[in-house]
Design a protein around this ligand. Structure first.
Ligand code: ZN
Length: 215
């Protein structure tokens, strides 16, 4: 079972990928991690990548494909992989098909954790935590029982993350759309794309993904 997992920041992609690793023995592969690991392990392609990066140049698609190929040949990927952040272009999507086919594997699903942008803004900008114990709250969904006092520790100090603001959320959504725009139509045409409501609670998202993958 090999899948591509797509979703903007805040959609819960990391949570779901970790769960698939734990429950199904799948391996999440992000190009950045694979590249660093290949360089560190001095694999043949890792050495090429290292030379390119030391020369201050960008790693080519060919090198990225080489690194993914090396990674797919490692036995821990036998139960399936979750591609994260790859492919980003039509050319990379073609390379991925070839890399999998060469190994007798297929791409089985492209799962997008879909979010409603306005709802995501509301979810993220409303978050705050107790400065003392870290308990999480939300302006709309989870106010302290006594206004201004933490339910858990009684502290009256709360904090918000600077990047939990509307502009940041909308910028990230726009970046996400730009990144996935080149590849979504390719996989849609092949009937591989399935959308899961990323705004649902974690258990529902998990169940929806399990339905797609088959139990
Ligand atoms: Zn507290």
């Amino acid at each position: 079972m090999n899948i591509i997992l797509l979703g903007p920041p805040g959609a819960g992609k990391g949570t779901q990928a970790s769960r698939l690793e734990a429950e199904r023995g799948m391996v999440q592969l992000s190009t950045g991690d694979m590249l660093r690991a290949a360089v560190k392990a001095s694999t043949p392609v890792g050495l090429q990548a290292k030379a390119v990066m030391e020369a201050g140049q960008l790693v080519s698609d060919e090198i990225v494909s080489g690194i993914i190929g090396e990674r797919l040949d490692q036995p821990d990927t036998a139960r399936g992989v979750i591609f994260d952040g790859y492919p980003r272009t039509a050319a990379q999507a073609e390379s991925l098909d070839r890399l999998l086919a060469e190994r007798g594997r297929t791409l089985d699903h492209v799962i997008e954790l879909h979010v409603d942008e306005d709802a995501l803004v509301e979810r993220i900008t409303g978050r705050f935590t107790c400065a003392q114990c870290g308990e999480g709250y939300h302006d709309k969904f989870k106010q302290p029982k006594v206004a201004g006092t933490c339910d858990v520790c009684g502290s009256s100090e709360f904090k918000r993350r600077a990047d939990d603001n509307e502009e940041t959320v909308r910028t990230r959504m726009a970046e996400y759309r730009a990144k996935t725009a080149p590849i979504l139509p390719i996989y849609e045409a092949r009937g591989l794309v399935q959308r899961v409501d990323g705004m649902a609670d974690i258990a529902h998202v998990t169940a929806a993904i399990e339905d797609i993958l088959g139990r």
